[in-house]
Design a protein around this ligand. Structure first.
Ligand SMILES: [Zn+2]
Length: 231
């Protein structure tokens, strides 16, 4: 295979990975949804082999699960995995917020302002997909601004998996991030107060985790009794 063909194939696989990740992150595809190859081929006007490679890549990223004889489906992270993802996010997002300088914030001011505006617009609406999309986009924007591609790549993976967790474990229908906490992080970074930005970010991530129902189930018998109690 020539280099050009390899590159074209890689680009096409990346396109399919990106579209599927986005659909999963925006809850267009829910945890456990079947990902039927033939349908993806048709919907994305793609080649079957490229779709297979894309699904394998998403499986390595723990965004998709592939079961022998049953095919691919959107992953359903366990409560344990959810807690581990939040621990990882606190480590990664702390590192991101630590390296962002006021000069980086100045260079990306337009991007940040535009984003916070779209975020407020979304949270004032009832469009749940837009709310989920814009609130998680904020974290990705900080990942890009920090200029460390490894940190932003790891974060991108954790953000898609966080969307799966929100879809599975969110206690109620409230948006998972608070816009004013995002604004407080931006204010601290613009002022060069990185320690304060880290504190707000860590608290923010603890708040998000607290909105999830991640307690271990204490045996099916008890749950069944509770579930049937008031009927
Ligand atoms: Zn947030």
């Amino acid at each position: 295979m020539s280099n050009n063909t390899t590159t074209a194939k890689q680009q096409e696989v990346k396109r399919i990975v990106d579209v599927l990740s986005k659909a999963i992150a925006q809850h267009r595809l829910r945890p456990g949804a079947r990902l039927i190859e033939a349908q993806i081929v048709e919907a994305l006007n793609a080649n079957r082999n490229h779709v297979q490679v894309a699904l394998q890549r998403l499986a390595m990223q723990r965004i998709v699960t592939i079961e022998p004889n049953r095919g691919a489906m959107v992953a359903q992270p366990t409560a344990k995995e959810a807690r581990e993802i939040f621990i990882a996010r606190r480590a990664i997002e702390r590192a991101i917020v630590e390296v962002i300088t006021p000069e980086m914030m100045r260079r990306h001011r337009h991007r940040v302002t535009t984003h916070l505006c779209k975020e407020r617009e979304a949270t004032n609406s009832t469009d749940r997909r837009a709310i989920v999309r814009e609130l998680s986009e904020f974290h990705l924007v900080l990942g890009e601004i920090c200029g460390n591609e490894v940190l932003s790549e790891v974060l991108a993976n954790l953000m898609v998996r966080s969307s799966l967790i929100v879809a599975l474990y969110q206690r109620n229908d409230v948006p998972s991030c608070q816009s004013d906490e995002h604004q407080a992080i931006v204010d601290a970074l613009e002022a060069g107060e990185n320690a304060r930005a880290v504190t707000v970010m860590i608290e923010h991530l603890h708040d998000l985790e607290a909105q999830l129902e991640l307690e271990e189930q204490s045996g099916n018998e008890v749950n069944l009794r509770q579930a049937l109690a008031d009927l």
